[in-house]
Design a protein around this ligand. Structure first.
Ligand SMILES: [Zn+2]
Length: 70
């Protein structure tokens, strides 16, 4: 039985599991995004644990511009 896992950086429920060469880290949505670039640099694979609710859609840096040129 899987218990809710918590972010390694704060008490929030973890929604992202980062698989690193030296182990795993768990992050909430906020911290996963905050550390995503560094984690990817380290070769992390980001996974969403089955016990976690789905992530809300990630807005890309471009998507806040509503005027998409055609
Ligand atoms: Zn956190």
């Amino acid at each position: 039985m899987a218990l809710p896992e918590h972010c390694d950086r704060c008490p929030a429920v973890a929604r992202v599991r980062a698989e690193l060469p030296f182990g795993e880290l768990l992050f909430c949505t906020h911290h996963a995004r905050a550390h995503e670039d560094r984690l990817r640099t380290l070769g992390a694979r980001l996974r969403i644990p089955a016990t976690a609710p789905p992530l809300p859609p990630v807005r890309s840096r471009r998507s806040h511009d509503p005027a998409v040129p055609r």
